[in-house]
Ligand binder design. Structure first.
Ligand code: NDP
Ligand code: OXD
Length: 317
């Protein structure tokens, strides 16, 4: 990178992880000065750019010359939950095909584990029992619904379509995706849920989508439906999910994200026999790619080009 002025980037991540990004940043942009929040002394006035994930609330408003914020996550709720986020500073979310591919793989895996009754066979194996059984419903008769059919949701739907599931997606605006039925807006949510035997949540967490997975929406799903939440814990009312499973209405769930992370030891989700818990690992982004996205963004900004994947503060994603 050749910069007319030496620029300074504040890396707002846990100090012990900082090396994951400082090393590739130094290789890709040796002229960029990188300071690590909580480790290095810095003058707030000197900060030109920020790269981070869930920075401490109030931090960004202390940086009067900050030109842009680059999110290390696809979801930017960790920035927008800061009531003092300076709205004149563009926020760039992380968009990467490798990330979408990993998300699609995780969603396909958990859809198929449920559909092919793998948990039942795991239990039978533990008891040395040989019992042949086929999925209760044919794949082509099984309806999968993706809540949030954006960058990641679209690839998830396309990959599951290849397995012959009947696919649909729900979004704010209408979509045209081959072999994926489109439902749009609040008015079509009920019809979308009523046809979703397996529901995958891939929405951004906003004021409109918080707690969208609740007792009322679960009741709209067909009996025996399965829920996969890989978006944010704030989408789900956890006690409502447990109640819907324990009542027999829902067959179970896979949860990768939680209202409180790490999931507390005391959470009933850990030991629930019909819930699979994973520790926010549906996709682990590559720090080198994240560093490159930030460096490319800085280059664009420095050469007067518009930034890509900028968050719309009014929409909240
Ligand atoms: P996008 O912004 O590309 O897509 C969001 C989708 O949600 C769009 O289709 C959008 O509709 C839809 N949407 C937003 N608000 C509403 C609403 N009120 N009603 C109906 N539809 C709505 O996001 P990504 O696909 O990149 O990421 C989705 C989320 O996945 C992230 O925000 C993050 O929380 C989560 N994530 C989790 C990871 C993990 O490891 N577990 C990793 C990466 C992401 P429209 O298209 O009409 O705008
Ligand atoms: C996320 C991510 O937003 O890992 O969760 O990208």
């Amino acid at each position: 990178m050749t910069l007319a002025t030496r620029r300074t980037l504040l890396l707002a991540v846990p100090v012990t992880w900082a090396g994951l990004w400082t090393t590739p940043l130094a290789e890709m942009a040796p002229e960029l000065k990188v300071v690590v929040q909580g480790r290095d002394e810095y003058d707030p006035v000197s900060i030109d750019y920020v790269l981070g994930f869930r920075p401490q609330p109030g931090l960004l408003k202390t940086l009067p010359n900050n030109r842009a914020v680059f999110s290390l996550g696809a979801g930017v709720d960790g920035f927008l939950s800061d009531p003092e986020y300076p709205r004149q500073v563009p926020l760039v979310r992380f968009v990467d095909h490798q990330l979408s591919r990993e998300m699609a793989q995780f969603c396909a895996m958990h859809t198929l584990i449920f559909h092919r009754q793998q948990r039942m066979f795991d239990a039978l194996q533990r008891e040395s029992k040989w019992r042949q059984s086929v999925p209760p419903r044919k794949t082509e008769d099984t309806r999968v619904g993706v809540l949030g059919i954006g960058e990641i949701g679209t690839l998830v739907a396309e990959r599951l379509r290849e397995h012959d599931f009947q696919m649909a997606g729900w979004s704010r605006t209408r979509k045209t995706i081959d072999g994926v039925e489109s439902f749009a807006g609040a008015d079509e949510l009920q019809a979308f849920l009523a046809r979703s035997d397996i529901l995958i949540c891939l929405l951004p967490l906003t004021d409109d989508t918080r707690h969208v997975l609740n007792a009322k929406t679960f009741a709209m799903l067909p009996s025996g439906a399965f829920v996969i939440n890989v978006a944010r814990g704030g989408h789900l009312v956890e006690p409502d999910l447990i109640a819907a499973i324990d009542s027999g209405h829902l067959a179970g769930a896979t949860l990768d994200v939680f209202e409180t992370e790490p999931l507390p030891d005391s959470s009933p989700l850990w030991a629930h026999p019909k819930i699979t818990v994973t520790p926010h690992v549906a996709a682990i982004s590559d720090p080198r790619v994240m560093a490159k996205v930030a460096v490319d963004g800085i280059k664009r900004m420095e050469s007067g080009k518009p930034l890509e994947n900028v968050v719309d503060f009014a929409r909240g994603y």
